[in-house]
Design a protein around this ligand. Structure first.
Ligand code: ZN
Length: 181
């Protein structure tokens, strides 16, 4: 059974700590944590969540992109557990896109990220996989990878004056939607 875990917020030192490699992927505690992370992300309408965000300093995160009330444009994918990841290469150039974070509630800001990343990671069965992620999913990967390095998206901002509240973000988003119609 999966549980909803408490999400720690900015100020908790675990978010500023480089997380440790997972040594024993089949360990029932690790498998339970993965189930709980998937359940917690879905409950919070998150498109990704990392173990440090639930107070566990381990190199595990979930990518769970799907269209939801926080990210209506997100592509649909099966929640994907990523364990002990490495970023092998980045696409050239950076693209700006809006990000928020379950550990920094109520805030959005545009963050520069690489458009695609080539990565290696272990799945929950312990298989080592290589994959290429692009666009929004590459953005989630880079955001979550930062979490296991002890970095939050606010650290990546070029200009603090671009930080806005989620309330204002949704006003902007709805205005843009109307313009498209
Ligand atoms: Zn985050």
């Amino acid at each position: 059974m999966a549980n909803i875990l408490e999400i720690v917020e900015l100020g908790n030192p675990v978010l500023r700590t480089k997380a440790k490699e997972v040594k024993d992927i089949p360990d029932p505690k690790v498998q339970q944590l993965i189930d709980d992370l998937i359940f917690t992300a879905s409950h919070a309408s998150g498109v990704g969540i990392s173990a440090p965000q639930v107070g566990q300093s381990l190199r595990i995160f979930i990518i769970s992109s799907y269209p939801n009330d926080r990210y209506p444009e997100a592509p649909e994918m099966i929640p994907t557990p990523v364990i002990n990841p490495q970023i092998i290469s980045y696409s050239e150039g950076l693209v700006k896109g809006w990000e928020g974070c379950l550990s920094i509630p109520g805030i959005r800001a545009p963050v520069l990220r690489h458009r695609s990343v080539k990565v290696k990671y272990f799945d929950r069965e312990g298989n080592e996989l290589e994959a290429m992620f692009e666009d929004f999913v590459a953005r989630i990967f880079q955001h979550e990878f930062d979490h296991i390095e002890g970095i939050v998206f606010l650290d990546r901002l070029e200009d603090n004056s671009e930080v806005i509240t989620e309330k204002e973000y949704f006003k902007l988003f709805n205005e843009n939607e109307n313009k498209d119609e």
